[in-house]
Design a protein around this ligand. Structure first.
Ligand code: PPY
Length: 302
């Protein structure tokens, strides 16, 4: 069911109405009002009109169809790693990464009071799988079963709608206020330096020439040829040209398990002779190379 829980609907409708009047100012995100992606949007662009969408795919669709000028999407977390499905959704969307944003993440355990105004014990906690993973030890130690929901704030709205005191939500503290829950415990993430990297996607890529070369980053995906040492040779293109790779992840495309895709970030952007040479050589060792965008880094790596 791709519909926000009832307690979120009035807010979602009014935010959608505001965004519809000025779609170019709208930034779509996956989640209900109060979700981490919503807060990341407000931090990154306080002047933007945040447009809540049911999930990341819908947020990307909103940009493709012109309902928003850009989408704010979480891509990886310091503790829980890659955000599921993002590596497929980003290249398939045809959109370009135009910026990145890092945000400290904190989760609160929130619920409705039981008889006599007391809270807990809880059988289950609902949240986005990233938040459940980031609070895994906390939940395990208390025997609370993790239950996946499309997003954190939507989980808070869902718990409010269910009206049962034996279930809780893991969500940003702001969601408790928005959906009428009470915070039972703050900062229940297992690591207190919990940070998520978000990317902003738009229809038009940024012109690499307009980005300060000392702060430019480029994200791309590639599929190496099915040959011995293909990845070694592919990485050699960056090594011999002195281009710093700050991230490399592999993932499978389809069910053949023969076509391994790689997702990479490098420092620099096309137009820089070393980067251009590296990409030219990379083409030679790959079936496909696809640039997802160049943008200004939000944080120095290393
Ligand atoms: O569900 C949310 O709040 C999101 O924006 C996804 C998410 C979940 C946990 C950490 C960062 C982003």
């Amino acid at each position: 069911m791709r519909k926000f829980p009832q307690p979120a609907l009035a807010m979602v409708d009014s935010m959608r109405a505001a965004a519809a009047l000025e779609p170019e100012r709208a930034i779509s995100f996956g989640g209900a009002p109060g979700s981490n992606s919503h807060q990341s949007t407000m931090q990154f662009a306080p002047e933007a009109l945040p447009l809540p969408c049911y999930n990341f795919e819908d947020a990307l669709d909103a940009v493709k169809t012109g309902f928003a000028g850009a989408a704010m999407i979480p891509i990886e977390n310091s503790q829980h790693g890659r955000v599921a499905d993002i590596h497929f959704l980003l290249p398939e969307s045809g959109l370009a990464i135009v910026a990145e944003h890092f945000m400290a993440i904190t989760h609160a355990l929130m619920a409705l009071p039981g008889a006599g105004g007391t809270f807990g014990p809880f059988d289950a906690a609902y949240s986005h799988p990233q938040a459940l993973g980031q609070s895994r030890e906390y939940l395990l130690a208390r025997g609370i079963v993790p239950m996946a929901h499309a997003d954190t704030a939507g989980a808070a709205a869902y718990v409010a709608a269910r009206g049962e005191p034996n279930i809780a939500a893991l969500a940003p503290p702001m969601a408790a206020e928005l959906y009428g829950l009470t915070i039972v415990e703050n900062a229940v993430e297992d690591a207190h330096d919990n940070t998520t990297r978000f990317v902003l996607l738009a229809q038009e890529p940024r012109d690499p020439a307009a980005i300060d070369p000392a702060q430019a980053m480029t994200t791309f995906v590639f599929e190496v040829k099915n040959q011995p040492a293909a990845l070694y040779k592919a990485l050699g293109c960056f090594a011999t040209n002195g281009v710093n790779m700050t991230k490399l992840e592999s993932y499978q495309k389809g069910a053949s398990f023969a076509a391994t895709m790689f997702y990479a970030d490098i420092e620099g952007a096309p137009g820089n002779p070393a980067v251009d040479r590296a990409f030219e050589e990379l083409e030679f060792h790959c079936n496909t190379v696809r640039l997802l965008g160049s943008y200004q880094r939000a944080r120095k790596r290393g």
